[in-house]
Write a new protein. Structure first.
Length: 129
């Protein structure tokens, strides 16, 4: 067996080992995404909330209530931007304030405050000095 054939055999052996690990990782990520979606539903019912550290905020886009739009870290690629006040449990369910409907990633290109091109812009609530 020449070196080329040895390398091909070794690569095939490694691929066989790595495939179950990829499948397990995909399952873990899917479970996180499912849990995230369930938590979002609970926040919309005012029965749960995310910590600010769990959210990614928009650099510029705001909800009609004035709060920044955001999404949870584990939302997955089919997620949406939501009113951060709803996700943070700050929205008053008794208020007549209207909130922007979720903005799906597939239809809206919104810059996150973590993007270098945002140059520090954020819709995150800033702490008062």
């Amino acid at each position: 067996m020449n070196r080329e054939d040895e390398l091909k055999a070794e690569i095939k052996s490694l691929e066989v080992q790595i495939e179950p690990k990829k499948a397990e990782l995909l399952k873990i990520r899917g479970n996180k995404q499912d849990e995230c979606e369930k938590k979002i539903k609970r926040t919309e019912l005012c029965k749960d909330k995310f910590a600010e550290s769990e959210l990614r905020f928009a650099a510029y886009v705001r909800c009609s209530c004035g709060a920044g739009m955001a999404y949870p870290e584990n939302i997955g690629m089919h997620g949406s931007w939501y009113c951060s006040d709803i996700l943070l449990g700050l929205a008053d369910p008794k208020s007549k304030v209207k909130h922007t409907a979720p903005l799906p990633f597939v239809f809206y290109e919104i810059k996150s405050d973590t993007q270098p091109s945002a140059e520090g812009a954020t819709t995150r609530k800033r702490m008062q000095p």
